[in-house]
Design a protein around this ligand. Sequence first.
Ligand code: GSH
Length: 215
Amino acid sequence: MTPIITAFERSPDGGKGLARDTRVRWALEEVGQPYEVRLVSFAQMKAPGHLAIHPFGQIPTYEEGSLCLFETGSIVFHLAEKHAGLLPGDRDARARAITWMFAALNTVEPPVLDLTTARIFEADKPWSAERLPLVKDRVRATLDKLSVYLGAADWLDGAFSAGDLLMVSVLLRLRMSGILDEYENLAAYVARGEARPAYGRAFAAQFAVNAPSAS
Ligand SMILES: N[C@@H](CCC(=O)N[C@@H](CS)C(=O)NCC(=O)O)C(=O)O
């Protein structure tokens, strides 16, 4: 059975791969699972049909027969459980990889999202210029520690895992801010993730839909 995911009909990022369907596409590509995509407009995301599978009216979703999932962490975890390649077989190593999935989404992503909000959505607010340095410093406080932990390693805990897939996806959202480049090893880590053939296929698939030249 071919799973179906949802993605923006037209991503606001114009094909930079920052919309979260890219993470799910990447996981699907890593495990070699073909998939279909249903593109949705903002209006469709908030309509009852989509709300029935995503209570918060967002993308991505994942449908596999009667199973409907939302939340990228849950979808990537489901794929990693179902297929080989994204979680180690050893029980403790697997638990550590899952810990990194949570760390990416619960610890690193919140300040990264706050920065996007401050840089883009609140840029016209009178207090924006005063707040931005504080928000950036909160991102740096997290990246300082992540950078020390990663050190010279290729991946967070041995072989590439779903933890790295989500962490790289989250860090990619920082590129436009310039903060990622302040951390040589994290920038190299993200580049390693992007160099994976599965990421390349996922990026190309979303780009084909969202590039400014796409019809
Ligand atoms: N925690 C959710 C966040 C989902 C999310 O924020 N999706 C964005 C696209 S990346 C969205 O649908 N935004 C449109 C909206 O919220 O109206 C996840 O990881 O799946």
